[in-house]
Design a protein around this ligand. Structure first.
Ligand code: ZN
Length: 181
């Protein structure tokens, strides 16, 4: 197994809608193994394929409840309810966190690596992780969930960093946080 470099804000791959996975072959299984390795090394609790430059609708996650890593292929949110505020970070926007309100509960469907349909009822933290990763598949970053003023300020910070040190050094700003998705 090996790890991928994680794509950082400013990389166009993070702004594109990923396409459906057509079939799960050995290459895809290998990709998932390497994504899991990359997620743990970061460290993070979720990682979507576009974050490693692969435009496919697929993500991995492990929120540390002892069930081990999971992969979800072609996920769709079929229902969402309530509101929940959480301090959210992203491996592709290293070192920054914002309090973001999203639905508290979601129902997701998708497929596992054996091609079985999965149905997940999630709330709070798990629901947050799943929504964040699914956003990545649609080319949406957490910045788009900020109110206009906070977003402006965030963009200023990110532009400033890009001028100061470029993307390679900004990846080095990654905090040792388990909240990055
Ligand atoms: Zn993210």
């Amino acid at each position: 197994m090996s790890t991928y470099p994680i794509r950082i804000f400013g990389d166009p791959v993070l702004r594109q809608r990923a396409s459906e996975v057509e079939d799960v072959d050995s290459r895809l299984v290998r990709l998932v193994e390497d994504m899991v390795e990359t997620m743990y090394a970061a460290p993070g609790v979720g990682l979507a394929a576009p974050q490693v430059g692969v435009e496919r609708r697929l993500f991995v996650y492990d929120i540390g409840e002892g069930e081990g890593p999971k992969a979800l292929v072609n996920p769709v949110i079929t229902e969402s309810r309530g509101e929940w505020e959480f301090e959210e970070g992203c491996l592709s926007v290293p070192g920054l966190h914002w309090s973001i309100v999203r639905p508290r509960e979601v129902h997701l469907t998708g497929f596992d690596l054996d091609g079985n349909e999965v149905s997940i009822e999630a709330d709070e933290y798990l629901a947050r992780v799943l929504q964040h990763e699914l956003d990545h598949l649609d080319g949406v970053l957490l910045l788009e969930h900020l109110d206009p003023d906070t977003r402006k300020e965030a963009m200023r910070t990110l532009r400033q960093r890009a001028l100061e040190d470029g993307p390679a050094a900004s990846a080095g700003r990654r905090e040792r946080s388990s909240r990055s998705l």
